[in-house]
Design a protein around this ligand. Structure first.
Ligand SMILES: Cc1cc2nc3c(=O)[nH]c(=O)nc-3n(C[C@H](O)[C@H](O)[C@H](O)COP(=O)(O)OP(=O)(O)OC[C@H]3O[C@@H](n4cnc5c(N)ncnc54)[C@H](O)[C@@H]3O)c2cc1C
Length: 487
């Protein structure tokens, strides 16, 4: 739990008077539930506000400006950086109940409220033969508002792109309380500055999204899934980089290192390949590939994939039967949770490196394991260089925490030196704020902060996020269990 924060009892009373008790909660249970995201660092707010409409939301923002109360917007709290945690206290604005979804099949657009769960949007779109391709692994739990504000990626980003590529128009409220609409639900719009794209990925610091129009694409007619085994991490990643020159565009292209395979197989209680298939390599590195699209194009691409695999892999399976394909997915779906067999706390990084540095990156993870004596299982999106290196440790062990902290700093430095990025999909929030200066020059950060000051002169929207380095090691993560922990 964090140190006591400045409180605003008069302002909170004015808020309750303005909105009524049913939209404002100040009890401990409500405040605690809104105090953290998936990072589990808890910062207690003074109130949780669930405004019933845009007009009430504007009242909250105006009151916050008047009384200089920090406000933080919360989607569904699945974020991995603490971006929805109210680090300066104040009020949390909770928009999970704004969850309307309307599909316009003629324009292939969905008009959605920010609290709508991403998987639900896909359920509604599927009725019309459409889908919203960005699919963070959390899609059954996260909201489109959170996806937009983090510019979420996911498993299909390599072929289809990230959330920003699908946002057509946004409506919302500025940090000063005015209502704005960026762009329009049209195929073309180039009037004025593009502030829509500035809001996407701004981690809730530049405005509050109240409605979004997002582009949908036709559901693919066919899919084929492949699982390949390799004798080492290096061999798998060299092969992955080679596939990128075969002019195949896999919808999914996931890498699991040998340590991830080991721990995931242990959790599953079974090996994905028989010992004979993988020539006795108990824990092979894996590549999971899924092709989708028109059956004729898919058949051609499948041939290219088989040709690429020849002589490179230890073993392979493939299927276009949904039930069989799902079996090939099982190990990928379990690896995130399986990590907890290696430690009770994890640092889940989402760095990006160029294709030429794939092998260097995995060797860095292996070296960190030896230097710091902590497990560093790594998996991720091989088609766009966005890998999740995990540093597993025991949070009660101070020495472990110190080593994990040093390991992450070393990793971030090396990734930037490789020409990579400190984050590819989770964002900065608080957990990566100490590394912002490794990635950006002072001039770049000053330009970002000038935009923030221009839109939020009182610095009331998500203060403390992104720009002010937070030493998360000063805080103890709460032992809370979320619904997604069971998956
Ligand atoms: C198991 C698991 C798997 C994950 N896999 C992926 C993955 O594959 N790819 C990926 O990109 N992420 C992944 N994530 C991270 C997380 O799910 C995403 O960042 C997601 O987009 C957050 O959505 P949320 O609704 O939970 O937002 P929150 O965590 O509540 O908030 C995230 C940010 O969005 C802001 N925000 C929310 N709503 C609004 C709004 N209406 N207006 C303005 N700002 C707003 C918040 O202030 C905060 O800055 C994963 C998380 C988990 C737990």
């Amino acid at each position: 739990m964090s140190a006591p924060l400045q409180t605003h009892p008069l302002a909170t009373r004015a808020l309750i008077e303005a909105l009524g008790g049913d939209q404002v909660k100040t009890d401990e249970v409500s405040c605690l539930a809104a105090s953290y995201d998936n990072t589990r660092y808890s910062f207690m707010p003074e109130a949780v506000v669930a405004p019933k409409d845009v007009e009430n939301l504007q009242k909250v923002v105006r009151l916050a400006n008047l009384h200089k109360v920090p406000i933080t917007v919360r989607g569904r709290g699945t974020g991995n950086t603490g971006a929805s945690a109210p680090i300066r206290g104040g009020w949390v604005i909770h928009l999970a109940h704004w969850e309307k979804i309307e599909i316009d099949p003629q324009s292939s657009l969905a008009c959605v409220e920010p609290g709508a769960i991403t998987a639900k949007i896909n359920e509604c779109a599927a009725v019309h033969g459409l889908f919203f391709p960005p699919d963070p692994s959390s899609l059954n739990f996260c909201s489109i508002g959170g996806n937009i504000s983090t510019n979420a990626g996911g498993l299909r980003a390599a072929k289809y792109g990230v959330v920003r590529d699908f946002v057509v128009a946004l409506e919302g409220v500025l940090p000063t309380g005015e209502f704005v609409r960026w762009s329009a639900p049209l195929r073309k719009f180039v009037s004025g500055y593009n502030l829509r794209d500035l809001w996407v990925g701004a981690e809730g610091t530049l405005g509050i999204v109240t409605k979004a129009w997002i582009r949908l694409v036709p559901l693919p007619q066919a899919r084929r899934t492949f699982l390949f085994a390799f004798e080492s991490d290096e061999k798998a990643l060299e092969a992955a980089a080679a596939l990128m020159t075969s002019r195949v565009a896999p919808a999914v292209f996931e890498f699991l290192d040998t340590q991830t395979t080991e721990v995931a197989q242990r959790r599953l209680g079974a090996s994905v390949f028989t010992a004979a298939e993988v020539q006795g390599v108990a824990n092979p590195a894996l590549l999971l590939i899924e092709l989708d699209g028109h059956p004729a194009v898919l058949a051609e691409d499948a041939e290219k994939v088989r040709a690429w695999a020849k002589g490179r892999t230890l073993a392979q399976r493939e299927s276009d039967d949904p039930v069989e394909a799902e079996k090939l997915w099982t190990i990928r779906r379990t690896c995130s949770q399986a990590m907890y067999l290696l430690g009770n706390a994890k640092l889940n990084e989402d760095i990006v490196v160029p294709f030429r540095s794939y092998v260097k990156l995995i060797q860095l993870a292996q070296r960190m394991r030896t230097t710091y004596g902590l497990p560093t299982p790594t998996f991720g999106h091989a088609a766009d260089g966005n890998f999740h290196i995990h540093v597993m440790y025991n949070r009660e062990d101070k020495e472990h925490c110190r080593k994990a902290e040093s390991a992450i700093l070393e990793m971030m430095r090396e990734v930037v030196a490789m020409g990579g990025a400190i984050t590819g999909e989770h964002g900065i929030g608080i957990s990566k704020s100490p590394f912002l200066r490794l990635q950006h020059t002072p001039a770049e950060i000053n330009a970002m902060m000038a935009i923030k000051r221009a839109l939020d002169p009182n610095n009331i929207l998500a203060p403390g996020q992104i720009f002010e380095p937070v030493n998360v090691w000063e805080y103890t993560a709460s032992k809370v269990t979320f619904p997604w922990d069971k998956h």
